[in-house]
Write a protein that binds this ligand. Structure first.
Ligand code: GTP
Length: 598
């Protein structure tokens, strides 16, 4: 199509406000899919994604739409991931668009992610079309929410489209607004070719598939392309558009959105945010904004059965082909044996990787408590990064430690301000600003160590506010802090996988709570097991797991044979997630105990 007849947009929304349902409707009304075809089969390709009810990967679909002006338009819908872990992917997806539908739930109003996404859209100069969705709900107050859009975001309430994606109300108006309000792409077709990668996936037959927005020039099929950021090159085995299935074409030209199949073996060479150009007649400069994927949260992954180590390596290698943000390297622990230190974008990403390893690769895993990456200045002037608490150098060699901090934004009904302030303070947060969205709701901003967010902040926020508060955060640099390593000794042996980094002021309390929890989690043995928390050589807390009583043992030995077998089987089940550390069995929960220290 000529550029004047192309419109490219995303849908931005807070989780559950109806993004998926609305995209379904748009695909149906434009006959891109039939009403019968469920979008689940088409767009939400990953099982896990469907089960968790969240959109993990950005996707793209081309629709055709004949507008009221009688002209035929090419509409490209680029789907954005809905979770804060995938913020960079969201920003690249938006960079590929000229406009965005901003969906706000008519019963809930604006939430933290709504605003975070709006800021991103404004940063990318997108035309925003506000849509108040779910007006069919009995609890809907669409006029008020439209007012909120005007007062908080600054878009006049008259521009708001009232809709119900579920009932199909407002869909024609939305399509017309897309054509009339969003500008066409402005790229140069006679310039050297440049395309922005906003997503990618690995395909067993066609290699890595790059999802691209062509900005300038044209990409013919078969051409040899180069990735400016990573320096890799590849031939285009196939290119085309998603309609919504992959549909091959002869070329993709400036303004169009589609895919390029590269034959590459891993997405690492074809990263989101990178620019693709042609090897003959290459563009001189890349498109702005490329940043290699960078993990923020780290944890050790160990096979429960140490023989499964090679399988774990193989599975991680396979996952990595499709996930540039996942990093891993071998590590060994005196407690857990051989495993991998893995880096993730955030806790959700970690959870997804763990579940896929267990489900798709049938592995039983032990995972250690997540940690962030510290910058450590040693007394000899060297600076090292530490992403595993047990690697923290001795106090004698430590100069200072810097930790990553994030800026968090919380939107909540005003009645919870007190309890939120209280929670944030216990998490070492510092207050920045408070703004009223309306008389009953505020946006609070704080600076907080990332390490504190990683450890059950979100769950506590939700439970203290009965689920009403919403959260968004982004990295805001590094800050020096008075941190110490807290070691845990089980039966006099330090267990490296249980070490953690804590603030000195909180160390004593956290040490106490942790050994109390561990006492409850570690099963009784034939002998007494002391559990201690220590900073350097100094023991700061101690609990004891009492030895098993004789009569408990007796039960296991006497008695009839079936009962005994049942008991043994039960024990075997229970053992699944246990590791022998020295002569003590430690269950998985113990390694995660710090996640619920409060
Ligand atoms: P994520 O993919 O998790 O970001 O959620 P989403 O924003 O895509 O929301 P989704 O479309 O999955 O909708 C969330 C819930 O709201 C689902 O149960 C939908 O059926 C429901 N829903 C969506 N639109 C409407 C609507 O217009 N009216 C009503 N009553 N329910 C709706």
């Amino acid at each position: 199509a000529d550029q004047n007849h192309i419109r490219t947009f995303s849908i931005i929304a807070h989780v559950d406000h109806g993004k998926t349902t609305l995209s379904d409707r748009l695909l149906e009304v434009t006959k891109t899919i039939s009403a019968r075809q469920s979008r689940e089969q088409l767009l939400d390709g990953m099982d896990l994604e469907r089960e968790k009810g969240i959109t993990i990967k950005a996707k793209a679909v081309r629709m055709e739409y004949v507008a009221q002006d009688g002209q035929r338009y090419q509409l490209n819908l680029i789907d954005t991931p809905g979770h804060v872990d995938f913020g960079y992917e969201v920003s690249r997806a938006l960079a590929a668009c000229e406009g965005a539908l901003l969906v706000v739930d008519a019963a809930q109003g604006i939430e933290a992610q709504t605003l975070a996404n709006v800021y991103l859209a404004v940063e990318h100069d997108l035309t925003i079309i506000p849509v108040v969705n779910k007006i069919d709900l009995p609890g809907a107050h669409p006029e008020e929410v439209a007012g909120e859009v005007e007062s908080v975001i600054g878009i006049p309430a008259e521009e708001v489209i009232m809709a119900s994606a579920k009932e199909g109300i407002g869909i024609p108006e939305i399509l017309e607004a897309i054509v009339q309000r969003i500008p066409p792409p402005r790229g140069q077709r006679n310039q050297p070719a440049r395309a922005l990668i906003f997503d990618s996936h690995y395909d067993a037959y066609k290699g890595v598939i790059a999802y691209v927005r062509v900005v300038d020039g044209a990409f013919p099929t078969g051409a040899v392309v180069r990735f400016i950021g990573t320096g890799a090159s590849a031939s285009t085995l196939e290119l085309g558009v998603f309609r919504p299935g992959m549909t091959p074409l002869n070329e993709l030209v400036a303004g169009e959105v589609g895919y390029i199949a590269t034959g590459l073996k891993t997405v690492e060479e074809c990263q989101v945010g990178d620019t693709i150009t042609l090897v003959d007649n290459p563009a001189e400069s890349p498109l702005p904004g490329y940043r290699p994927a960078k993990p923020m949260v780290f944890a050790g992954l160990y096979p429960v059965d140490s023989n499964a180590y090679p399988e774990l390596r193989e599975a991680l290698e396979k996952l990595k082909m499709n996930d540039a943000a996942l990093s891993f390297q071998p590590e060994s622990s005196n407690a857990l044996g051989f495993g991998f230190r893995c880096g993730f974008l955030g806790l959700l990403h970690m959870e997804i990787v763990r579940e896929r390893l267990e489900r798709e690769y049938n592995l039983d895993l032990l995972i250690t408590a997540p940690s962030v990456e510290y910058q450590v200045l040693l007394t000899d002037g060297e600076i090292i990064t530490v992403d595993n608490p047990s690697d923290m150098p001795d106090l004698s060699k430590l100069g200072s430690i810097e930790e990553p901090v994030v800026q968090i934004s919380i939107i909540s009904p005003t009645r919870y301000i007190g309890t939120i302030m209280d929670l944030v303070t216990t998490k070492r947060g510092t207050f920045e600003t408070m703004d009223y969205l309306d008389p009953t709701r505020v946006q609070l901003k704080y600076k907080m160590p990332l390490a504190e967010i990683v450890i059950d902040f979100y769950d506590q926020l939700k439970s203290r506010t009965q689920g009403y508060a919403s959260l968004d955060y982004h990295l805001a640099g590094y800050q020096e802090a008075d941190l110490v390593k807290l070691d845990i000794l089980v039966n006099q042996q330090p267990v490296d996988a249980l070490s953690l980094i804590v603030h000195r002021d909180f160390a004593y309390n956290q040490g106490r709570t942790l050994v109390e929890r561990l006492r409850k989690l570690i099963p009784r043995q034939m002998f007494e097991v002391p559990i201690q928390a220590a900073i350097g050589a100094k023991i700061i807390a101690r609990e004891t797991v009492r030895a098993m009583r004789k009569d408990v043992l007796a039960k296991c030995y006497g008695g009839d044979i079936t009962r005994k077998r049942k008991l043994l089987e039960k024990q075997k089940e229970g053992k699944k997630r246990m590791k022998m550390v020295g002569n003590v069995e430690i269950p998985q929960e113990a390694f995660m105990a710090i996640l619920s220290l409060n």
